[in-house]
Ligand binder design. Structure first.
Ligand SMILES: Nc1ncnc2c1ncn2[C@@H]1O[C@H](COP(=O)(O)OP(=O)(O)O)[C@@H](O)[C@H]1O
Ligand SMILES: C=C(OP(=O)(O)O)C(=O)O
Ligand SMILES: [K+]
Ligand SMILES: [Mg+2]
Length: 573
């Protein structure tokens, strides 16, 4: 038995049409007979099954279901999610998504596979490090992993941006600066051997811009120097807080207690090198581009139209990194223009007092939720795990807090790029996420956040109302899963925005949309060919998922779709 609520609105409504919109709530005794004309589509094409023996990627078959002949077709879900669903049942699947920065510690095929098995949803490559060839080889490996082993790991390319940073230490992996030592920071290019205690700086205006007495912070304060003398291109600095200097570490300078950013503010957000990297990302078909040091919405609008004009098979999502004072000032307009945001706490903590970072994080996560944009909490989540196999209690508390704030995703940086325990770090993110999510459900802390209306058209308003209501119904009725059939992913993201208690199975026809949904809280993206006929879609999905052991008869689901604006409540037959 199914009950449904249908909204009759044309997909491209004329103003006149609105007055004819009607709402029909069917009686419980009707089987899901929908009040709109059926489109008699031919059966969907069979897709080749890529069964690799480890875990089936696709399932093809034809069956009879309630007398309806289910079209043959295939369904794709990533192998890790499938295993997780079968093992734990779907109410306890992980909702918080995980992003791993790939570096020397994780760039091999087996290492990447270990991360995929461990729950990596998105692999991030940081264009600040490595060569384009190196990054291309990582992208190729991730794509091969997806194809051969049935994962759906998305790729995020992170731009270098116009930040001021040190050179690469002539190949050394680090250098130790001791208290009281004098180091030289220079804009010279050393073509021969780099002298001892000498650091190159990538910004030509550096020697000109700093003043004697300025404080120089490496990596937001991990090491500190005081400028004591300027000699042409060389700046002599006294180490006041000792520590490890890492290649290409970020540099900021402070004068009279505030960050010096006049010149920084004049540097472009997207440098000429970044544009080349972006062209590379478009050519490689990355799923996300994260833009460093975003200052305004303008640059994001510009980049989005550039991508639209160049990208072959559709869009690349643009993620704004919130990591500067300017980005905080223009937070709402930046997030509105972007497809998502990252709380880039590393640089943010170098630009605002550290004690303000947690509040900034909370604010950014909240604004993203309200504007329906996915948000990633990044940097130093498990920093000590670069060297140690166990996190500190404080780190676990920090990760818990990000999960409790219901951020869409958590990110590893150095922990996975160059740490000694990338898999263990990922395991910690996974288990802390699961634990806190379980607590939310057990406490029945249904969402209390006020979600403002964000729709820009009448049709969008209906989608939004449907998703908000469906999520609320799902909580009240304690359904097992929400199903959403979505071509562009929008309805799926609206459901995710409500953070319902049950997981959201998002079916989309498009592989790119599917990979992109990977970043959003609570979504389990499937690729599936479907039609505009919901009855057929539902029967087909039930059969395919039942055959895979991912759902069973009697499970209670709520289905919504963006082809036909409706909510249907039903038990799996
Ligand atoms: N592609 C790469 N090649 C070499 N090292 C890398 C790469 N990506 C990341 N790393 C290492 O991992 C560290 C942490 O990564 P990330 O946080 O992304 O960069 P950053 O420290 O520059 O902000 C970097 O400082 C660098 O040492
Ligand atoms: C994620 C960040 O950016 P990046 O690692 O590129 O400096 C950050 O600053 O926190
Ligand atoms: K970067
Ligand atoms: Mg940064």
């Amino acid at each position: 038995m199914a009950q449904s609520l249908n909204f009759f609105v044309s997909t491209s409504p004329s103003p006149d049409f609105y007055s004819h919109s009607k709402l029909a709530l069917q009686t419980p005794h009707h089987h899901h007979r929908l009040l709109f004309p059926f489109t008699n589509k031919p059966p969907l094409r069979l897709c080749a099954s890529a069964d690799n023996g480890v875990s089936a990627v696709t399932t093809d078959y034809v069956t009879q279901n309630n007398g309806v002949s289910v079209s043959a077709g295939s369904i794709e879900v990533d192998a890790v999610t499938e295993a997780e669903l079968k093992e734990n049942g779907f109410r306890s699947t992980r909702r918080t998504k995980l992003v791993c920065t790939i570096g020397p510690a994780t760039c091999g095929f087996e290492q990447l596979e270990a991360l995929a098995v461990g729950g990596m949803n998105v692999a991030r490559i940081n264009m600040c490090h490595g060569t384009r060839e190196w990054h291309k080889s990582v992208i190729d490996k991730v794509r091969r992993l997806n194809e051969e082993k049935g994962y759906a790991v998305a790729i995020m390319m992170d731009t270098e941006g116009s930040e001021i940073h040190m050179g690469d230490l002539g190949g050394a992996s680090s250098a130790k600066a001791e208290d009281g030592q004098v180091w030289t920071f220079s804009v010279r290019a050393y073509d021969t051997l780099r002298p001892e205690r000498c650091i190159t700086v990538n910004y030509d205006g550096f020697a000109e811009d700093v003043k004697v007495g300025d404080e120089l912070l490496v990596d937001g304060g991990m090491v500190r120097f005081e400028v004591i003398e300027k000699i042409g291109p060389d700046v002599k600095c006294l180490c006041t807080d000792p520590g490890l200097l890492l290649p290409r570490a970020n540099l900021t300078f402070w004068r009279d207690g505030s960050l010096v950013r006049e010149r920084n503010a004049m540097l472009p957000t997207i440098s000429s090198k970044d544009w080349l990297d972006i062209d590379f990302g478009i050519a490689e078909g990355v799923d996300f581009i994260a833009v460093s040091f975003v200052k305004s919405a303008e640059v994001i609008n510009h980049l989005k139209s550039y991508i639209k004009a160049r990208s072959r098979d559709g869009d690349i999502a643009v993620i704004s990194k919130i990591e500067s004072i300017d980005s905080l000032k223009n937070l709402e307009e930046i997030i509105l223009a972007s497809d998502g945001a990252m709380v880039a706490r590393g640089d943010l903590g170098a630009q605002i007092p550290l004690e303000q970072v947690p509040l900034a994080q909370q604010k950014i996560v909240e604004v993203c939720r309200q504007l329906n944009k996915p948000v990633i909490v990044a940097s130093q989540l498990l920093e000590s795990m670069i060297e140690y196999p166990t996190p500190t209690r404080a780190e676990v508390a920090d990760v818990s807090e990000a999960v409790r704030q219901r951020a869409d995703a958590l990110m590893l940086s150095g922990e996975s790029a160059m740490g000694q325990f990338p898999d263990k770090a990922l395991t910690v993110l996974r288990s802390v996420s699961l634990r806190i999510e379980k607590w939310w459900r057990e406490e029945k802390r249904h969402e209390v956040m006020d979600l403002p209306d964000i729709a820009s058209s009448f049709s969008d308003s209906i989608s939004e109302e449907i998703c908000n209501s469906a999520a609320k119904m799902a909580n009240n009725l304690e359904v097992d899963a929400l199903f959403v059939y979505t071509k562009d992913g929008h309805m799926a993201s609206l459901l995710s925005r409500s953070r319902p208690d049950c997981p959201i199975f998002a079916f989309t026809t498009d592989t790119l949309v599917r990979r992109r949904l990977n970043l959003q809280w609570g979504l389990i993206p499937f690729r599936l060919d479907f039609s505009d006929d919901m009855e057929t879609n539902l029967n087909k999905t039930f059969s395919l998922l039942k055959a895979r052991g991912m759902i069973k008869s009697g499970d209670l689901v709520i289905a919504v779709s963006d082809m036909l604006q409706s909510i249907q409540v039903m038990n799996v037959p």
